[in-house]
Write a protein that binds this ligand. Structure first.
Ligand SMILES: C[S@@+](CC[C@H](N)C(=O)[O-])C[C@H]1O[C@@H](n2cnc3c(N)ncnc32)[C@H](O)[C@@H]1O
Length: 288
């Protein structure tokens, strides 16, 4: 069952999929119920943090309440549900994600919203052969999980799937976020393991890709985004939830304490532990 891939995944995604399967087989995620719990954990721990950044992007976009919106990489779909019920109540939202447990979780939780539908697929597969269909395409914290060739395909399919004059808007991380730098001081090879499943994207390169594909860049900028938690333990659990439990953050940090290594997250002005990432925001338009 693990060896069947339902969608045309890229080589990198296939590697990531098998890597996840191996972790499942090796006991990190022992069965599908547990995988579902991982999605629930992701929802519980991460959503309020992810939404902070996402809301700022959504507020800036000129939605009409009848728009057809496509959301790329919806995760557990809190924003998809808000888009459907609050932003385009007379329109439609189509949301995709390749991570099965998250899509299942979202389908169960939001099955009562009639103008919201989910596709279990990567962005490029869900947008393949679609033309002039969507008014707006959005994503938050997704594009840095997509490797170069697949990202190009995703952007081309996105351009084609938008209506003329349509808007695409994306937040994604640039550089290596603070907490992941700490990985390398804890365990040799862990940062490399992380970089195998996540890509360090430069905003200039992304801007060139957008122009090559045909988009006009309406706005582009960068900002620091701090994820704050009351305790270190809470932050470690959040990092675990957002990286599919692959790195065992809590164990890693406890082992470090045993070895008397001091690894400290930075602190916000009011004394909370925080993890800082640089977020690039791009607002693009398909020319009329
Ligand atoms: C950090 S989560 C963000 C989820 C959601 N957008 C949010 O802000 O809460 C990144 C999501 O991107 C999804 N993802 C990874 N590769 C993707 C791809 N090629 N196309 C679409 N989504 C992808 C992951 O499965 C994951 O759910």
């Amino acid at each position: 069952m693990f060896l069947m891939l339902p969608y045309p995944f890229s080589q990198q995604e296939t590697a990531k999929y098998y890597f996840l399967c191996l972790r499942r087989i090796s006991g990190r995620i022992t069965n599908m119920n547990e995988a579902r719990e991982t999605a629930a954990e992701y929802f519980k721990r991460s959503v309020k943090h992810q939404l902070k950044c996402y809301e700022k992007l959504i507020e800036r976009l000129p939605f009409r309440d009848t728009d057809h919106v496509f959301e790329l990489g919806c995760g557990t779909a809190e924003m998809s549900s808000r888009l459907a019920t609050e932003i385009v109540p007379n329109g439609q939202v189509t949301a995709c994600d390749p991570e099965e447990s998250r899509v299942r979780f979202a389908m169960d939780k939001f099955s009562n919203i009639p103008n919201l539908r989910f596709i279990h697929a990567t962005g490029s597969a869900a947008l393949e052969n679609k033309a002039d269909l969507y008014d707006v395409i959005v994503s938050n914290a997704v594009l840095h999980w997509i490797e170069g060739g697949e990202l190009e395909k995703t952007m081309v399919n996105m351009f084609n799937a938008l209506k003329s004059g349509g808007i695409a808007a994306h937040n994604f991380n640039v550089g290596i976020p603070e907490a992941y730098r700490l990985l390398s001081s804890l365990e040799e090879g862990k940062l490399n393991e992380y970089l195998k499943i996540r890509y360090v994207m430069e905003e200039e390169k992304f801007a060139s890709l957008c122009r090559e594909v045909g988009f006009s860049i309406l706005d582009a900028g960068k900002s620091e985004h701090a994820t704050e938690c009351e305790t270190e333990e809470e932050l470690l659990k959040l990092l675990d939830a957002t990286s599919y439990g692959l790195f065992g953050w809590e164990k890693l940090f406890n082992d470090a304490k045993d070895k008397r290594l001091t690894v400290k997250f930075s602190q916000s002005d009011d004394g909370k532990v925080q993890h800082v990432a640089t977020v690039a925001t791009f607002i693009l338009k398909k020319p009329t």
